[in-house]
Design a protein around this ligand. Structure first.
Ligand SMILES: NC(=O)c1ccc[n+]([C@@H]2O[C@H](COP(=O)([O-])OP(=O)(O)OC[C@H]3O[C@@H](n4cnc5c(N)ncnc54)[C@H](O)[C@@H]3O)[C@@H](O)[C@H]2O)c1
Ligand SMILES: O=P(O)(O)OC[C@H](O)CO
Length: 326
């Protein structure tokens, strides 16, 4: 039997990716933080806390023991972005490739996650997997495609082949920063689209916001070294289209609640699942200021998360001076 695939993170996405890896024929070791998640996966083949209703493969063994990942041939990292550095501290001496599947930018350092991983696990090759992927659809075997990026083109192709299934098609890329920026920024834009929906501003407004949001993602991405074609691909525009129009998105739903008049603080209090856009927005605003990139939609989302009134925030966005589209 070949070496197992490791997965770190027993939330919805880590569990769905464990199911994908098992479906691709691998033994899978899934490290989860919660004892109830580990017990549920091993005993009744279900992650009732984060991915209820999906029968999980017997090839998945859940654990809270870091040493169970020692012989993994590759490890998928799927914790919330702001916890990634702390979690990777447990893997410091690993040399197997790490595939980062989380979406965000580290607060404080403003580093993209692949640079966090490079610092935290210096001996491991780093790759990024990102794209339009609602966990429950992927776990149910519905089809999608993702970007799998590594600086080394051969590594990207090898890792893509390792996790591919007919219903899970990774497209290899060498644009690591591009794959990361699309996923991080779309979560913030999804909150904005949810606000438009919750406030009843109509479908034209949402389409305009998606287009101007994509312009914002592109400006920021290009300033940080991303390639335009990656931003227009699966991990950028593809994921933006998905998340900005569906209540299956935690970020869109958060925005919808804000738009309908519930304070952001109340919506964020005591949640067990993560809406990454709420954590990414202030970090993105700071990173954009540092790069001298204008991101008015991101600024509006930050204001709403900080408690600004919905109508006044939308009015401010709509009354910006007219400009050219390019
Ligand atoms: N759910 C999806 O459909 C999906 C798809 C693609 C990418 N992602 C990304 O994957 C990442 C994980 O999201 P998810 O949906 O699996 O999470 P989730 O909302 O289902 O679960 C929350 C996760 O956070 C973990 N957590 C909470 N506090 C923690 C701490 N202090 N240290 C370490 N871990 C902690 C929990 O153990 C749990 O795994 C996010 O960056 C998300 O944007 C999610
Ligand atoms: O539920 P969301 O908003 O975190 O979105 C999940 C994934 O990122 C979609 O690709």
């Amino acid at each position: 039997m070949s070496a197992p695939i490791g997965v770190v993170g027993g939330g919805a996405w880590g569990t769905a990716l464990a199911q994908v890896a098992a479906g691709a024929g691998h033994a899978v070791r899934l490290w989860a933080r919660e004892a109830d998640v580990v017990a549920g996966i091993n005993d009744i083949r279900e992650n009732a806390a984060f991915l209820p209703g999906i029968e999980l493969s017997r090839a998945i063994e859940a654990t809270q023991d870091w040493s169970a990942l020692a012989d993994a041939r590759a490890i998928l990292i799927v914790t919330p972005a702001q916890h990634m550095r702390a979690v990777l501290g447990h893997l410091r001496d690993h040399t197997a490739p790490l595939i980062l599947c989380s979406k965000g930018i580290e607060a404080g350092t403003l580093l993209p996650l692949h640079e966090v991983a490079r610092q935290a696990v210096p001996g491991a090759p780093i790759a990024v997997l990102s794209g339009p992927t609602f966990a429950h659809e992927v776990a149910a075997g519905l089809p999608t495609a993702v970007t799998l990026a590594a600086e080394d083109a051969d590594l990207a192709a090898d890792l893509a082949a390792l996790v591919a299934q007919p219903t899970f098609r990774p497209y290899a890329s060498t644009d690591v920063i591009g794959a990361e920026i699309g996923g991080a920024v779309k979560n913030v834009l999804a909150i904005a689209c949810g606000v438009v929906d919750g406030a009843g501003l109509g479908q034209n407004a949402r389409a305009a916001l998606i287009a101007r949001g994509f312009a914002e993602m592109t400006r920021f991405g290009l300033a940080r070294g991303a390639r335009a074609e990656t931003l227009a691909g699966l991990s950028g525009l593809g994921d933006l289209v998905l998340t900005s129009s569906s209540t299956s998105s935690r970020n869109f739903s958060l925005g919808r609640g804000i738009g309908a008049g519930t304070p952001a603080a109340a919506l964020l209090e005591n949640r067990r699942t993560v809406a990454e856009g709420a954590h990414t927005a202030p970090v993105l605003r700071e990173a954009a200021a540092q790069a001298s990139v204008d991101m008015p939609i991101t600024e509006a989302v930050c204001a709403l998360l900080e408690g600004a009134p919905v109508t006044a925030t939308i009015d401010r966005l709509l009354s910006r001076p007219l400009r050219t589209e390019a």
